[in-house]
Write a protein that binds this ligand. Structure first.
Ligand code: SAM
Ligand code: SF4
Length: 326
């Protein structure tokens, strides 16, 4: 069992398959020319499975595939199917632009729930945020997943002055569709234009939604990173991921593995340990994993506090989100 010095058991692994992506969301990918990792630097299919097995032997029971965009990787299908045989809950976070090619793979791998990123319900704004014209495909694929009975969660990064005016539109969207919308507080990463005044907090979102809708707080699962709500008379529901204004570090059970095989014990950790090199050199990977988990900071990677107004992004040491794996 992977327990840290604060007694938190770590049983949920997020594996980034690639830092490559076919969209260019400004909050995720740095502004300056970002060079994707060369493919030999990435974990290969057998290496991903080998590392996943070590984590599973140490108590990991849930794996989420992410990136970059996991479904742009050429061998995504094989990776998904081979991880599907490891007997853990398998899920994926995707921008949904390529989901239509993977429905059979998801089913074969036992994936039941898919998280999709969509920050706007307006095609022109989608183009502005992602710098690509893929709104229609994403929408079609959300409907395709619903048709195939997948549990669909839609991640919306809320940025003041950009899409905060659409919060109620997203809530209205859940009236007929059984979609779970998750509003995410905008987080600071390398080169992503974050400023505290662009943040819309959990409290601000709830106040706004409650003015128009009859909402009730739902039960949260033990390691939930979001505050869940039901909406009277709606087929869907919503949640807020309040990493910045109300972090959930005390119950954190997450471990991240970057596409180049480095373990990060926190989304905001500066420290990384190279498991891929260790695996390739026949070193003791398990020991490195244990050391990394032991070294985990109490909260927010030890880099900032809940008082987000005091954050100076120049003082943060981290990769960009696209290179971490969200
Ligand atoms: N490409 C996939 C996608 O977009 O869903 C998976 C990778 S993406 C990095 C994972 C999640 O991180 C997405 O839901 C995205 O919206 C979120 N994300 C990226 N940058 C963020 C930021 N600065 N603040 C909050 N969430 C962010
Ligand atoms: Fe690509 Fe996802 Fe990042 Fe957008 S959020 S640039 S889709 S990895």
């Amino acid at each position: 069992m992977l327990k840290d010095q604060y007694n938190r058991v770590h049983d949920y692994l997020r594996i980034s398959l690639t830092d490559n992506c076919n969209l260019r969301c400004f909050y995720c990918m740095p502004e300056e020319n970002y060079a994707f990792m060369p493919s030999q630097q990435l974990m290969q299919q057998e290496e991903i499975v080998a590392l996943a097995k070590i984590f599973i032997a140490n108590g990991v029971n849930k794996i989420r595939l992410t990136g970059g965009e996991p479904l742009v990787r050429k061998d995504a299908s094989e990776i998904i199917r081979s991880l599907g045989q490891l007997g853990v809950t398998l899920t994926i976070t995707t921008n949904a632009t390529r989901v239509h090619h993977f429905i059979d793979d998801f089913k074969a791998a036992g994936i039941h729930s898919v998280n999709i990123s969509l920050d706007t319900l307006q095609p022109e704004k989608f183009q502005l945020i992602t710098r690509r014209d893929q709104f229609g495909t994403v929408m079609d694929n959300i409907h395709l997943l619903l048709k195939h009975q997948f549990n669909v969660k839609v991640n919306v990064v809320v940025v003041k002055g950009l899409n905060n005016g659409e919060i109620l539109d997203f809530i209205e969207w859940t009236k007929e569709l059984p979609i779970h919308v998750r509003f995410i507080e905008f987080m600071p990463f390398d080169g992503n234009q974050w400023k505290s005044d662009k943040l819309v907090t959990l409290q601000e979102m709830i106040e706004r939604i409650a003015l128009k809708y009859d909402i009730t707080a739902a039960e949260n699962a033990p390691h939930d990173t979001s505050k869940q709500f039901n909406i009277q008379g709606h087929a869907g529901s919503f949640a807020v991921i309040s990493t910045m204004s109300a972090p959930f570090c005390s119950t954190c059970n997450r471990i991240r593995l970057t596409a180049d095989g480095k373990i990060k014990n926190c989304l905001f950790s500066e420290e990384e340990t190279d498991l891929l090199q260790a695996l390739r050199n026949g070193k003791n990977v398990q020991e490195l994993i244990e050391q990394s988990i032991q070294a985990k900071h109490r909260e927010l990677g030890g880099q900032f506090s809940k008082n987000f107004e005091l954050i100076n992004t120049n003082d943060l040491h981290n990769r960009s989100m696209i290179a971490i794996g969200g």
